[in-house]
Design a protein around this ligand. Structure first.
Ligand code: SF4
Length: 256
């Protein structure tokens, strides 16, 4: 209980920080603060399986999926994780430390897709665990989402491009089937692409993220909202108001 109050205190502190330092008073006030600090009301059982993929079961009282379906999903995701861990289909296999198959719940509201693992992810085998990942967690929390409760996080390429360069077309082409299979299995209610690369690849467009964001698209019949990458926003805080607009758009999509 004590811990929960501390978490709430920090969440509110972060909101206040954004509220004042980002100049986003108007946009921020539209975010449902109850969703930020409220209890989501799910019991969680978290386990790390032998493949390295971390999957959280959601045991919702009004569970949308039956247990058999969730077991089937888990088995399929574990199979993909095993394939990724053994994969050498592109050059990135030579320089990676650990592949990063992705992680989250088996019945996600939102699937978050970035371009590829960075240094922290390469070392741990987990997506978005560095500074940008912690910032992403704040974004998700602000609209009642979290990787532990109702999201799944993955990348276009599962292995780190050296020096965090953009993935080459042949690398993203080689790796994309894993992500497509994950989307097909998980059937999220919406997709949030973070950054230029994942947005361009899934939308099949070449425009910059500044012109792609702010709209809802569809990918495999699933609504897709593109926004900036958290590391880009950390470098350029003036982008914060746009991210909040996109998060509110995403929230409106999943509430439909
Ligand atoms: S990036 Fe993807 S395709 Fe390339 S080696 Fe890693 S898992 Fe295989």
């Amino acid at each position: 209980m004590k811990e929960s109050y501390i978490e709430r205190f920090f969440e509110l502190t972060y909101l206040i920080e954004d509220y004042y330092s980002g100049g986003v008073r108007k946009q921020h006030s539209c975010i449902d603060v109850n969703a930020v600090v409220g209890e989501i009301g799910v019991e969680e059982m978290k386990r790390k399986n032998e493949t390295g993929i971390e999957i959280t079961d959601r045991n919702e009282t009004e569970g949308k999926r039956d247990k058999g379906e969730l077991i089937r999903r888990r088995e399929q995701l574990e199979k993909i994780a095993r394939e990724v861990n053994a994969c050498r289909k592109c050059e990135l296999a030579k320089t990676r430390i650990k592949p990063v198959p992705g992680e989250g719940v088996l019945d996600p509201l939102v699937m978050i897709i970035g371009e590829g693992p960075g240094g922290d992810e390469d070392r741990t085998g987990r997506p978005f665990v560095g500074r940008a990942g912690k910032y992403l967690d704040k974004w998700l929390n602000a609209i009642g989402l979290s990787r532990e409760k109702n999201c799944f996080i993955g990348n276009i390429v599962k292995c780190r491009p050296p020096n965090n360069r953009d993935p080459k077309p042949e690398e993203s082409n080689a790796c994309l089937p894993y992500l497509l299979k994950q989307i097909e299995i998980l059937q999220p209610k919406a997709i949030l692409t973070v950054g230029r690369i994942s947005s361009q690849i899934l939308l099949g467009r070449t425009s910059g993220i500044g012109s792609l964001r702010g709209k809802v698209y569809y990918y495999m019949d699933i609504p897709l909202v593109p926004t900036y990458h958290p590391s880009g926003v950390l470098r350029n805080p003036s982008l914060r108001p746009y991210v909040w607009e996109d998060l509110k758009l995403l929230k409106s999509v999943i509430e439909k």
